[in-house]
Design a binder for this molecule. Structure first.
Ligand code: NAP
Length: 270
């Protein structure tokens, strides 16, 4: 039975850690009800405890259609709709192998989570959003501009996690780079397919961000390589997950109704 909280509803995959956790926290600060989904249910529940807003924790494996469909069903059963989604679940795996040294299994795992996972989330999130009544925010403001999409209402807004790795070659990390280039392709295609339905789809491309994934990657590098990596951005530092979260929430918000099919780099000038 759906709980009508009167709040907008945000779904976050990868919500148990790093950028996903920071995004769920920011959505909650902005007043959204939150669906925190992660392969690790206990970490999703831990995030939930940080939120000062209604929410549920859901176990999901984004590589499995049945699991993603069940996540969307759980969100709708609980809150009645999904206004925003951040598809943040991702893995990096080995960052130290040339193409010739990468195994088929490694390639399939990374593409499975980072690319197929985003595609499955888009598939089920969009199917749900298409059934929703468009929400008109502040219709009086747009009353004399009937062509503005905000006036027509928005069914939903989705942001996918790509990476700065989708903007440069990624030597020693080909599957990850390829998976994130593919996310941009999915984002731009979905944006065009559903633009007239009032569903916006954008992507963020973070640079190096201070998360458990980043720390796992750095452990594989020599001290010299680590230092070079962490000072690579022109601003001279890595990012904070909260800095990515802010951009995700802005892209999802009513502040940018004319922005779709876009990718926003959050990478300190890189
Ligand atoms: P993170 O701290 O490792 O968080 C990713 C979360 O996704 C983890 O909780 C992880 O669970 C979960 N996950 C992994 N496989 C999953 C699956 N099959 N189904 C559902 N959840 C799954 O990583 P992050 O740094 O916050 O990264 C978030 C996103 O931003 C990723 O897509 C990443 O590629 C992208 N990104 C990160 C950086 C960076 O520097 N941190 C830069 C550019 C882009 P487990 O921990 O249990 O695996």
């Amino acid at each position: 039975m759906a709980t009508n909280t009167g709040k907008r509803v945000a779904l976050v995959t990868g919500g148990g850690s790093g950028i996903g956790r920071a995004t769920a926290v920011r959505f909650a600060e902005l007043g959204y009800s939150c669906v925190v989904a992660d392969i690790d249910e206990s970490s999703a529940k831990e995030t939930l405890r940080m939120l000062q807003t209604p929410g549920i924790a859901v176990q999901v494996d984004v590589t499995k259609a049945t699991s993603v469909e069940a996540m969307v069903t759980a969100a709708v059963q609980h809150f009645g709709r999904i206004d925003c989604a951040f598809n943040g679940a991702g893995i990096a795996e080995r960052a130290t192998a040339t193409i010739a040294d990468t195994t088929e299994d490694e390639f399939d795992r990374v593409m499975g989570v980072n690319t197929k996972g985003v595609w499955l989330c888009l598939k089920y999130e969009i199917a749900q959003m298409l059934q929703q009544e468009p929400v008109m925010s502040d219709p009086a403001k747009w009353a004399d501009k009937p062509d503005v999409c905000r006036f027509r209402g928005v069914r939903g807004s989705i942001v996918n996690a790509s990476s700065i790795a989708a903007h440069y070659p990624t030597p020693m990390h080909a599957p990850y780079g390829a998976s994130k280039w593919a996310v941009l392709g999915l984002t731009k295609t979905a944006a065009v397919e559903y633009a007239k339905e009032g569903i916006r789809v954008n992507a963020v491309s973070p640079g190096f961000v201070d998360t458990p994934m980043h720390h796992r990657n750095m452990e594989k590098l020599s001290p010299g390589e680590k230092e070079k990596t962490e000072s690579w951005h022109p601003v001279g530092r890595i990012g904070a997950p909260e800095e990515v979260a802010e951009a995700v929430c802005w892209l999802c918000s009513d502040a940018c109704p004319f922005t779709t099919g876009e990718h926003l780099k959050i990478a300190g000038g890189s």
